[in-house]
Design a protein around this ligand. Structure first.
Ligand SMILES: [Zn+2]
Length: 123
């Protein structure tokens, strides 16, 4: 696959500080969202041995995280993005507003008010 002639594929702004010698293809990533709270994003740097905490399908070993690799971590647990996505930790949509623990829905408020009012009348 050669996308080098397509100007839309690899935009190069004039103040690009990207390493011009880096010929690696950019990854096709969309916006992604964490499905579980508590995870942080890290970038592996250096050559000390660190491993992803999940075994990839078809492998029977824990694979290494490489220098420059973006990963998720929570406490001591580290996951490469491929394994995190496979585990369902990375999703393609933000959490919907009604799933957030905000103010209770209006129906519930009205209901509790009615019950309270009847209680008052009875006593
Ligand atoms: Zn992994």
């Amino acid at each position: 696959m050669n996308h080098a002639t397509d100007p839309l594929y690899r935009p190069r702004p004039s103040n690009d500080d990207h390493d011009q010698d880096d010929v690696r293809e950019p990854v096709a990533a969309g916006r992604m969202y964490l499905a579980e709270p508590g995870w942080r994003i890290g970038v592996k740097s250096g050559s000390d041995r660190e491993f992803c905490y999940m075994v990839a399908p078809g492998q029977d070993f824990y694979h290494r995280l490489h220098d420059g690799e973006v990963f998720l971590h929570r406490h001591d647990e580290k996951l490469c993005l491929a394994c995190a996505s496979r585990r369902g930790l990375l999703v393609g949509e933000p959490r919907r507003l009604r799933d957030l623990p905000m103010a209770p829905p209006r129906e519930t408020e009205g209901l509790s008010f009615e019950v309270g009012w009847y209680d008052v009348k009875r006593s």
